[in-house]
Design a protein around this ligand. Structure first.
Ligand SMILES: Cc1cc2nc3c(=O)[nH]c(=O)nc-3n(C[C@H](O)[C@H](O)[C@H](O)COP(=O)(O)OP(=O)(O)OC[C@H]3O[C@@H](n4cnc5c(N)ncnc54)[C@H](O)[C@@H]3O)c2cc1C
Length: 484
């Protein structure tokens, strides 16, 4: 069976040596650095669940490509049932981790790469698709973790890519030879790539003739020569660096969420891993098919799991404070549940209404309308849930003393007495749950939810393309017997 154990996954990462920088320093070992370690732990959990009888149906599926059971996060959906299972896996992993499963962007990019290489070969006579299939077979057989990179720094958005003063603000092909291509530029905000084995790269800025050097998609080992990761560093990262005990943190094992800039300084990619090279008319298809898949995931699936963590913490705090009969708090909890279920419904509808695209390819993608509606619904809903959590959790969410005080002989008795709120539980438990809420309501996930899978305007643009109001106009004319 093509599944690694969590231990094998960790061992496998010892052979991957990405060049990583964080907080002004080189990270020599991503398995040991406290912040990069959270990515390893999150991905590692996906290997554990795949082998756990309780969760294996969520985390694994059958791949006809290698005629074996594979981790779902290496699979390409070939039916509506696959899309629904994908949506459910997104919720499951998010609620279990309380952060991102870093194999998700790679998973979604497989869909785009599969569909678009198939279409290009058919229409242009290229041989990208068999190359991609060989790569995907390798990923499935070796059970690799794959991240995905699309977003770029980009230059003046009012100008064409080719008119930017710095041509490398979008990833550019700078050389081609008989063995492969060489690329230069950067991708930004990339989730967990340094804790993966491979990275799928999609184009972003190639739209029109003349931008062929930016029309590029490929896969690369994350430690290929010339690739550098410059990691985010936030107050949460600093807090993790300083913690005496990980239990002091809002999400001890899996952390907030980790991204990095990925620099490609003349990186060589052998032809066997190049899936798009210069065919500018297809670049947009790579992007929109990825976005379509990712908006279902980032919209109605993973944030549903995140909301479950927030709702659970709010309910606990309500009980610890003896507020079970407070009507407005019960209403706020109910509102959170309604928002969560609305988002879940959008995600599942995007999956249920999914279809084969392109026809004959065998790839199923979520419904465009519902995928975008999903993301547009979840972004404000998530902020609302965080606001409600702020009300229920009280000011302590942002005024909480360090959990270190519980071990400080000079003040621990005060903290134990005054933060127990006369409850049956300990001050430590109340502080831990409040810390988890701080992680959400005063953490990174609000902006991450808004921007992940594209800012809201991007979804509105896609909606404008698919909505034409013909059916609605026809209905009114039919009702009123208008003939024109
Ligand atoms: C936590 C997190 C994880 C992420 N993980 C990944 C990942 O793994 N892989 C990946 O590829 N990407 C990832 N992203 C990137 C994400 O998709 C982008 O952040 C998002 O698409 C927005 O792009 P941007 O950050 O460059 O913001 P911008 O594009 O600068 O957007 C900022 C604002 O400017 C507006 N704007 C931008 N361009 C134009 C224009 N031409 N005309 C009018 N208005 C414009 C936008 O609508 C928005 O309002 C991640 C992002 C976050 C926050």
């Amino acid at each position: 069976m093509a599944l690694m154990t969590p231990q094998q996954f960790e061992e496998s990462l010892k052979n991957v040596k990405p060049r990583v920088f964080m907080n002004g320093q080189r990270v020599e070992n991503i398995l040991e650095n406290r912040n990069t370690r959270t990515v390893v732990e999150a991905n590692k959990a996906s290997y554990e669940w795949a082998l756990d009888p309780k969760y294996k149906d969520i985390m694994t599926c059958y791949s006809p490509l290698i005629n074996d059971t594979v981790n779902r996060y290496t699979h390409v959906s070939t039916s509506v049932a696959d899309l629904v299972a994908k949506a459910e896996a997104g919720t499951f992993t998010a609620e279990m981790l309380g952060t991102c499963i870093y194999r998700c962007v790679g998973y979604d990019s497989f869909h785009s790469l599969y569909a678009t290489t198939w279409e290009m070969d058919r229409e242009l006579g290229t041989d990208y698709h068999p190359r991609f299939l060989e790569y995907l077979k390798m990923v499935q057989t070796k059970d690799l973790s794959v991240a995905g990179a699309l977003t770029e720094p980009r230059g003046d958005r009012g100008k064409k890519t080719v008119d930017w003063d710095d041509p490398y603000l979008s990833l550019k092909i700078v050389d081609k030879n008989k063995d492969g291509i060489v690329v230069k530029g950067a991708k930004i905000n990339i989730s967990g790539a340094f804790g993966s084995h491979w990275l799928n790269v999609l184009p972003q800025a190639a739209h029109v003739k003349g931008e062929e050097d930016y029309a590029v998609a490929f896969a690369t080992p994350v430690d290929a020569k010339g690739i550098t990761y410059i990691c985010q560093y936030t107050p949460n990262s600093a807090e993790r660096d300083q913690a005496a005990d990980m239990e002091e943190l809002g999400n001890p094992l899996y952390g907030q969420r980790e991204t990095s800039m990925v620099i490609f300084d003349n990186v060589f990619v052998p032809w066997q891993y190049v899936f798009h090279c210069g065919e500018v008319q297809y670049s947009g298809k790579f992007v929109t098919r990825f976005a379509k898949t990712h908006r279902m995931t980032c919209g109605g699936t993973c944030k549903v799991g995140f909301m479950n963590q927030i709702i659970g913490a709010c309910r606990l705090i309500q009980e610890y404070k003896g507020l079970q009969k407070a009507t407005h708090i019960n209403e706020e909890l109910m509102e959170m549940v309604v928002l969560r279920e609305t988002c879940r419904a959008c995600g599942l509808a995007a999956a249920q209404k999914g279809a084969e695209e392109p026809k004959g390819s065998g790839v199923f993608l979520p419904d465009e309308l519902m995928g975008n509606v999903s993301k547009l619904t979840v972004a404000p809903a998530f902020w609302r849930v965080m606001a409600l959590a702020g009300d229920i959790g009280g000011g302590l969410i942002v005024t909480l003393p360090s959990l270190k005080e519980l071990k400080n002989p000079e003040v621990k008795d005060y903290v134990n007495e005054y933060l127990k709120f006369g409850s049956d539980t300990s001050a430590e438990n109340i502080m831990k749950v409040t810390k988890l809420l701080q992680n959400w309501a005063a953490g990174l996930h609000g902006v991450a939810t808004w921007q992940g899978a594209g800012p809201l305007m991007a979804q509105k643009i896609m909606l404008q393309r698919v909505i034409n109001y013909d059916h609605e106009k026809w209905l009114v004319k039919r009702t009123l017997n208008i003939k024109d």
